[in-house]
Design a protein. Sequence first.
Length: 244
Amino acid sequence: MSATVLVADDGAVRTLTLNRPDKLNALNRELILALTDAFAAADAAPEVAVVVLTGAGRAFCAGADLGDLKLLAGRSAQEQLAHANATMALFGAIQRMDKPVIGAVNGVAVGGGCGLAMSCDWVLAAEDAKLGYPEIRHGALPAVVMANLVRQVGRKAAFELVALGETVAARKAEQLGMINRVGAPGQALAEALAVARTMAGYDHTTLWAIKRLFHRVADQPLQPALETARDFNILMRGFRKPAG
């Protein structure tokens, strides 16, 4: 595993830590690929039930690495497409996993960093954390993150976030539905781990089925969603232990 992502296991909970603290854990190509691989490895590991994602140092993630983007601007169209595809794959990786991913947001989570946090299934941010999409202030477009943002907070709130480029405090982010819970300053990881241990204490097959079903029905029309839920209901009966 790349040193840009630290991996630590505590029972059935695996913590992945973005490890570029001197760059506020900004997403360069190495980190994008390493984190995508780390999610895949966690999903494939039978001993892991829940994943916690956090950042080293004083930030969760400051978004795209601007130095990396400057270098990319001079590269071929094929290289730029490969980078865009890698970024897209990262932001879809969490939803593709069977295992829940909990975000523990400390410091800033902006741009792609905010998008990464919001891609998590459940998010806790420290009270002094700041989240948002400031790309427009730099003449950039928060493109890849927008698809998930609209689904998370709705059209009006999403448009305001990307068109004004303002960062919001954790309490406001909670009100908007960007995160689930606000934690004490400096305690985001500890409090997120407590939630992760609770989830990991439940039957793992049921927990993973809940996540898979949740993402399948979230964007389906009602009738297909009910039919999907019915099929899962029938399937899960086969996993139940007989009474006595």
